[in-house]
Design a protein around this ligand. Structure first.
Ligand SMILES: Cc1ncc(COP(=O)(O)O)c(C=O)c1O
Length: 392
């Protein structure tokens, strides 16, 4: 090895010794713990493995796709987007077509493409926090300034305060997560409409409604709000309701001009032929997969009522997870998180003082979780733990 290279290598001891962008210095990557414990209820995954007939169908479709892997995949994912549009139309009653739908590797990539298109250096995005932490992280990664918008203490959004924040800060992109992660509560359609109007009056800016958990909601999708609102985007994922987090397939519905605009930043052939084939197989089994959603909704409602019966405060949930607290005592919510983990159950500490989040699992997993929290010596109280960087 060249002695000069050897020397320079020794001087680099970490990221901050590299010429990384200033806004990345001292930051941590997204990192929900992936621990090997019996019950994992920390990343809002669907606990049910894909049913065997679907596994067979994926195998068939992927085998067919494999024969053509010498060729690049369909760059526009036409068949997949057509099927996603059919699913959305059937589920919401609001008609969307191929031209309204775009797909990428997880809704995180959809969000990244939206920020590359409508955010970027010299521009800003706002989200109402606590909310999905990747909105802020992807903003940072795309050089978009991040504005932490306000939420009430009960985690609802005060329309007037939020609209005022939009009016004064004039962000280029507004994120509204409904149902919200990590709190679980849905945002009323009237609030979304009011914030859309505020965003148009202020700039106009793009409003991204993140509906990653909408299939678990007691209420309806906000897709019909797309009518006559070209600056509105609804983003979705197959990671939760379709039980396909490992597939990495997210999508959006919007005015066709938005779909055209994201083509400016997407990498050519970003969605592999294997991904497209797998997603198409999963969509063929939509009805079966959505039956699991019904079971999970019932289990989510059971978690809410049993946690309340134990004495916890619980945020009303329209998602496949529940935020519960309040923990005080030494170490607060983090100490409670550790005690639950010691019982073999992994839940999520999002760094929201006093609160933890649990994903709805199978009935057996939920029983194990409920047994663990019943035994907790941590008390229901209101002394918050010190805040730390949030990671939802
Ligand atoms: C609100 C929200 N949006 C988007 C995502 C990203 O989902 P994916 O990239 O798996 O589609 C998540 C994942 O947890 C989420 O909670």
């Amino acid at each position: 090895m060249d002695a000069r290279l050897e020397g320079s290598r020794e001087q680099v001891t970490g990221i901050d010794d590299l010429p990384v962008r200033d806004e990345l210095r001292g930051k941590s990557p997204y990192g929900a713990p992936q621990l090997d414990v019996p019950v994992r209820l920390n990343t809002n995954e669907n606990p049910y493995p894909l049913p065997e007939p679907l596994v067979e169908r994926i195998t068939e479709r992927v085998r067919a796709a494999a024969r053509d892997l010498n060729r690049y995949p369909d760059r526009d994912a036409v068949e997949l987007r057509t099927q996603l549009a059919k699913y959305l139309t059937g589920a919401s009653g609001y008609e969307v077509g191929l031209a309204n739908v775009w797909a990428a590797n997880g809704s995180n990539e959809v969000i990244q493409q939206l920020l590359q298109t409508f955010g970027g250096p010299g521009r800003t995005a706002i989200g109402f926090e606590p909310s999905y932490s990747m909105h802020a992280l992807i903003a940072r990664g795309t050089g978009t300034g991040w504005i932490s918008g306000p939420r009430n203490e009960d985690f609802t959004i005060d329309v007037e305060v939020a609209a005022q924040a939009i009016a004064s800060q004039k962000p280029d992109v507004v994120f509204i997560t409904t149902p919200n992660n990590p709190t679980g509560n849905a945002v009323p359609p009237g609030t979304v409409l009011a914030l859309y109007e505020a965003a148009q009056a202020a700039k106009p800016s793009m409003v991204v409604v993140d509906e990653a958990y909408i299939e678990f909601s007691h209420g309806d999708s906000l897709l019909p709000l797309l009518e006559g609102r070209p600056n509105l985007v609804v983003s979705r994922t197959m990671s939760k309701a379709f039980g396909a987090a490992g597939l990495r397939l997210g999508y959006l519905a919007a005015h066709p001009a938005v779909v055209d605009a994201v083509q400016l930043v997407r990498l050519p052939y970003h969605l592999s032929a294997v991904t497209q084939a797998t997603a198409l197989a999963a969509l063929e089994h939509t009805d079966t997969l959505l039956k699991y959603v019904e079971q999970l909704k019932a289990e989510r409602d059971r978690l809410v009522s049993e946690l309340r019966a134990i004495g916890f405060e619980v945020v009303e949930s329209d998602a496949n997870f529940v935020q519960f607290g309040l923990f005080d005592g030494p170490g607060g919510s983090h100490a409670a998180w550790q005690k639950i983990l010691d019982r073999g159950v992994l839940v999520r500490d999002n760094g929201i003082p006093g609160w933890l989040r649990v994903s709805a699992g199978t009935p057996e997993e939920n029983d194990a979780f409920l047994d663990a929290v019943r035994d907790l010596q941590c008390l229901v109280g209101d002394t918050p733990t010190p805040p730390k960087e949030q990671s939802t």
